[in-house]
Write a protein that binds this ligand. Structure first.
Ligand code: UDP
Length: 237
């Protein structure tokens, strides 16, 4: 499997076409951005780590939680073959503990544990700053059908239950995370994009040390070390 043309370059990944119409190659970069691209930098080793963590978690979600994903196979340290899907233009956010934008929106301090998970949707549009939207926007604007939306909610909550337990077993609180879903050519919803310290908040269960992209966003220092620590914990599991 070889890369052909660059189809798309995002903030943290490049996507290439291949000789097979149905397959793309995702290439993870060390580039990091925050605040809708306003803050730019690099986290050394991030591309390799996010590639490996994403593939490990997607494989387990497929096998152990029955969640279909776009993953085909890891090709190298930074590159992975995935099924070509059309991305549903939503960021699906699941929260277990109050942090980040929710803390600001409701005026409750970070760290307060939610008695049940919170599900949020944002419309994926950088120019608009990914505004939060609800079910009726999604249906009225045709971003997903009723059936697709139900599937996305069901998968997102099942991913959360599975990952919360997995991370808890390695001493990590899964605070919140963002998922993206795609539609296969035959119209099925699959989990796409990535699941990594770029897209999840991970806190050490004991010390509450942040082991994710907040170290970069908030200039907390040693983002590289935090990403490495997550890789070691996950692969030691
Ligand atoms: N998130 C993401 N991409 C985004 C926005 C959020 O991966 O464009 C993740 C983020 O890492 C966190 C969760 O979604 O794990 C919730 O983020 P929040 O809404 O609190 O926004 P933030 O405070 O990161 O701006």
């Amino acid at each position: 499997m070889e890369k052909r043309d660059l189809m798309y370059e995002g903030k943290a990944k490049k996507v290439f076409s291949t000789d097979d119409e149905a397959i793309c190659i995702v290439s993870y970069k060390d580039d990091a951005t925050a605040f809708n691209g306003e803050k730019k930098g690099t986290i050394r080793g991030k591309g390799v780590i996010n590639n490996k963590i994403t593939n490990y978690l997607m494989k387990r979600l497929e096998k152990e939680a029955g969640i279909p994903t776009h993953l085909i196979e890891e090709l190298s340290d930074t590159d992975t073959a995935v099924r070509k899907v059309s991305i549903v233009p939503l960021e699906v956010i699941v929260r277990n503990i109050i942090a980040g934008s929710l803390s600001k929106r409701v005026g409750i301090e970070e760290g307060v544990v939610l008695p049940r998970p919170v599900l949020e949707f944002c419309y994926k549009d950088d120019a608009l700053g990914d505004p939060m939207v609800n079910d009726s926007h999604i249906l009225a604007l045709g971003w997903a059908t009723e059936e697709e939306l139900e599937t996305i909610k069901d998968y997102a909550l099942r991913v959360n239950s599975y990952l919360r337990d997995f991370f808890s077993s390695i001493g990590i609180d899964l605070v919140d995370f963002k998922l993206e879903f795609g539609r296969t050519p035959d119209g099925r919803i699959v989990l796409a994009d990535e699941i990594s310290p770029d897209t999840c908040r991970f806190w050490d269960s004991k010390t509450k040390k942040k082991l994710d992209k907040d170290r970069f966003r908030r200039d907390l220092g040693d983002a590289e070390g935090a990403y490495k620590e997550m890789l070691t914990r996950i692969f030691g599991a």
